[in-house]
Design a protein around this ligand. Structure first.
Ligand SMILES: N[C@@H](CCC(=O)N[C@@H](CS)C(=O)NCC(=O)O)C(=O)O
Length: 218
């Protein structure tokens, strides 16, 4: 029985785990939840992606960070594991910090601000203005770090960058236009560089930046 990594093309958190499973040529089978809904819903009552399962081997994982850890530690040589996950306790902790920020507060705040502008959920002016400020706070944390550093942790690409770039994808696809990039030049420079890395370039190579930022409904 193959190990299954459940994803959906509609969700961002599974983007990089799927890329890594492919990049490392693992035998993990990437399955779109829409094609295996019954098993997915039965095995994963939270119904969130990504998830990883192999009942025969006793593998049952939810939560992106756990799945990143499993894929990387099982799939690449020791020196590459150190590069991606950190060589020292401090590096490992800093990488985990960005992983967690990017799959939790970043995603939540991006959704709260952008989803009403994109018509995914109802728009309410006061709530959206508050959501905008909250999202800008997390964006500024990235911009400030990347103003002084090429990558989020240390001097080379780590999982902090890959995981964070995955979370930025919907923003760049639906909202972060050229005007936005002028406000956030360091995030934009970093995003271009990280999404061209061999680990994830296959997914990102044909993806274009948003042409305009969505505006509140009239
Ligand atoms: N804490 C989980 C969150 C997973 C999550 O919320 N995934 C989204 C896709 S990016 C999802 O499955 N959403 C479906 C839903 O909320 O119904 C993780 O880090 O993996």
């Amino acid at each position: 029985m193959a190990t299954i990594l459940y994803y959906s093309p509609n969700y961002i958190r599974p983007i990089v785990p799927v890329c890594l499973a492919k990049y490392f040529k693992t035998d993990i089978k990437c399955v779109d939840i829409a094609t295996d809904k019954e098993n997915f819903v039965r095995d994963f009552p939270l119904q969130k992606c990504p998830t990883l399962i192999n009942k025969e081997k006793g593998i049952y994982l939810t939560e992106s960070i756990a799945i990143y850890n499993y894929i990387i530690k099982n799939s690449c040589p020791e020196d590459e594991i150190k590069n991606l996950l950190g060589a020292t306790v401090l590096e490992q902790s800093e990488i985990l910090r960005w992983e967690s920020l990017s799959v939790s507060d970043f995603c939540t705040r991006a959704y709260n601000y952008l989803a009403p502008l994109l018509g995914f959920i109802p728009y309410e002016a006061e709530a959206n203005s508050k959501a905008k400020k909250q999202f800008e706070t997390v964006l500024q944390i990235y911009e400030d770090c990347l103003r002084d550093h090429q990558f989020l942790v240390g001097h080379h690409l780590t999982l902090a960058d890959l995981c964070s770039a995955g979370s930025f994808y919907f923003g760049f696809k639906f909202a972060f236009d050229k005007h936005w990039s002028k406000q956030y030049p360091h995030i934009t420079r970093w995003y271009k560089e990280v999404t061209q890395s061999p680990y994830i370039e296959e997914f990102f190579m044909d993806k274009e930046q948003a042409k305009s930022f969505p505006q509140p409904p009239n």
